[in-house]
Design a protein around this ligand. Structure first.
Ligand SMILES: [Zn+2]
Length: 159
């Protein structure tokens, strides 16, 4: 039985998301993230990843990346949240999505997209609506930098 269904997303109002079709226990594998294995060289040289498509690109190791930008990759519909209930797991050339919290039936399934602060985070605003939302899709460990930047801006302190 599938653990999810595809629905119009509350987070991404132009798109769709995955929703839990039943209660899911923490630690449960929900879905595989599938796509095409390409070399990192191909990923670097391709125009495809100059824009927002790079959110579907996973670096697997020194040599390979996984391009998940295909309509058959249902897991690509999962939206980012700063208070995510799932995470990407990987081994070898495989990636899948696992629940990191108990998820109630009907909740949207969300991940941390994990963009680093150095990337151009401003082109990826976050509208997840969670209390700790920093306003941009940035990986959890880097979010404090944005929060700090905002705080400094508010205090009109020169950085
Ligand atoms: Zn957010």
């Amino acid at each position: 039985m599938k653990l999810y269904k595809i629905k119009k997303s509350i987070i991404d109002n132009k798109g769709r998301g995955l929703y839990a079709s039943r209660d899911i226990k923490k630690g449960t594998k929900i879905i595989d993230y599938i796509g095409k294995i390409i070399t990192n060289k191909e990923a670097d040289e391709s125009d495809k990843f100059d824009n927002k498509k790079k959110i579907y690109l996973f670096n697997l190791n020194k040599k390979f990346s996984l391009d998940g930008d295909f309509s058959y990759n249902i897991a690509g519909l999962i939206n980012h949240s700063c208070d995510n209930n799932c995470d990407y797991n990987g081994k070898g050339l495989k990636i899948w999505i696992t629940a990191i919290k108990d998820i109630k039936k009907g909740e949207e399934i969300t991940c941390d997209y994990g963009f680093s602060f150095d990337e151009d985070y401003k082109q990826f605003p976050c509208k997840c609506g969670s209390k700790n939302c920093c306003g941009y899709i940035v990986r959890e460990e880097s979010r404090w930098r944005i929060n700090k930047k905002f705080a400094m801006k508010n205090k009109k302190v020169k950085i």
